[in-house]
Structures are given as structure tokens and as C-alpha cells.
Design a binder for this molecule. Sequence first.
Ligand SMILES: C[S@@+](CC[C@H](N)C(=O)[O-])C[C@H]1O[C@@H](n2cnc3c(N)ncnc32)[C@H](O)[C@@H]1O
Length: 256
Amino acid sequence: MSVQFDTIGSKYEEFKTTTPLPIPERHTFQRLVGNLAGKRVLDLACGSGHYSRFLNTLGAEQVEGVDISAEMIQLAREFEEKHPVGLRYHVMDARALSLPGDYDLVTAVYLLNYAQTREELRDMCLGAFNHLKPGGRFVAITANPAFDLRRSNFTPYGVEILSEQFEQGRHHCRARFLTEPPTPFEYFRWSADVYESAFAAAGFRDVAWHPFEFPQEAITRFGEDFWREYRENSLVIGVSGQKDAGATRPLKAAPR
Ligand SMILES: C[S@@+](CC[C@H](N)C(=O)[O-])C[C@H]1O[C@@H](n2cnc3c(N)ncnc32)[C@H](O)[C@@H]1O
């Protein structure tokens, strides 16, 4: 499953640029990352570089992207070749992250929802922690632990959940991006407790959840009522953790 994006490829950018789901996501992400002037940022699960480029336009001094999919990194590098802004990309597994640099901010937009086990989730958080400078922050967007498929699907916003099966302590979810034609994918929905334990085991403090916010232009364009189910039963949510100013590297990722 970890390389499913090798076949999804450019369909993901189609999803990202033609459906409503990413509009509040981008707005919320921007608010969460805050002022990036002079900051070094590592963007985990960067895919084709959608948020790496956004971080650059928000003023980050340096942005590096990491993704396990060679196909997605190829797409990101092609963007960079056509419109060079100095972004660097690495094909690497975020469960065993090893880069020489340290960063003020590590982001992960839809990485943690691909952890199949608690250990993988912990190792992803640990990779982020170990690559942050003391005082740095980890900002992630992931599958909302509180989403309830019995209440509503997410079809109006560009993702249709086909099934959710509770097994091994988490929901194994099968879904499709509503591109033309639709693009199937799978992910895992963990509980808030499991996330909070993984963040804490990696060394993070001040773990906080961030429900999405809706920019005025999204309400003007689609109407308030269009976003009601997104607000009330969101498929997606932000979560962040802080590395103490005095923190050191506490642990190693489990051998795999
Ligand atoms: C839904 S895409 C998100 C891409 C980008 N963050 C965005 O929002 O546009 C998820 C990405 O996570 C990557 N991914 C999944 N498991 C990974 C892992 N263990 N290490 C690094 N990347 C991973 C996939 O290859 C894919 O590109």
C-alpha cells in the first residue's frame, strides 16, 4: 500500500486542483504553519510537491520534500524543473527518515493515515521529531479519528468512502478520489488516543487537534450550507506537536 501513489501519479494533482476538499485544507494548513520567514521546512509525504511549493510561496527560506513514491517525486521534480524555486526532493520512507539537516518545521499532509501499525505511526512521528531543531513544530493533516461514515460520506467534496473495516485497532478504509475517472486508494483511520500516544512516545509536547477552518471565499463561492457536513463530520483534521527547546533525540525507530 505504501507505494500506491506510484500508480495514482498525476491523478492526485487533478483531485487537488478540481475538487472542494482541499480548499479548507489549504486555508487551515496556512494558518497552522504560521509565519515562515527565515524557516527551514521539511515536507513529509510531499507527493508531487503541492504543499512544498505552497510553503515556498509562504516565505520559507528552504523547503525539502520527502516521499516514498518515486513517481510522485518525479512529478515534483518536473514542476521544479519547469518553474525553479530551489525546492529539493528525496525518495525516502518517512517510517525510517534519515536526512542530515534539521528543520524549524516538519509538515506531513496525509502521511500518518498510511501507518498500518502503531509502531509505524510512532516511527513516522519519531522521524519528524528527530529532524526538528529544539523548539521546532510538527504540523500534520490526517484522517479525522471522529469521522462517522454512518452520518455522512464526503462525496460532495471530492472523496467517496467505499468501506471502512475495523481491524487491528484501526479502521482500514477504501475510498476513491472523485477524479475523471475515479481513482481508488486506501488508508487507515486511527483513534485520537493512538495518535496522542504516538506523538508522546516520539517526544512531542503540547499535542493539539485542529478542526478545519473555512475561508470566506469558499463560503461566498459555494454557500454556507454546502460546507455543513464538512464542518460537522469532517473526514480530515490537523494535529500538531511541539519539540521542547531543550529536547534531544530520545529514541531510534524500531528496526524493520
Ligand atoms: C494523499 S498524498 C499527499 C501528498 C501531499 N502531501 C499533498 O497533500 O498534496 C499521500 C502521499 O504520502 C506518500 N506516502 C505514503 N506512505 C509514505 C511513507 N511511508 N513515507 C513517505 N511518503 C509516504 C504517498 O506516496 C503519497 O505521495
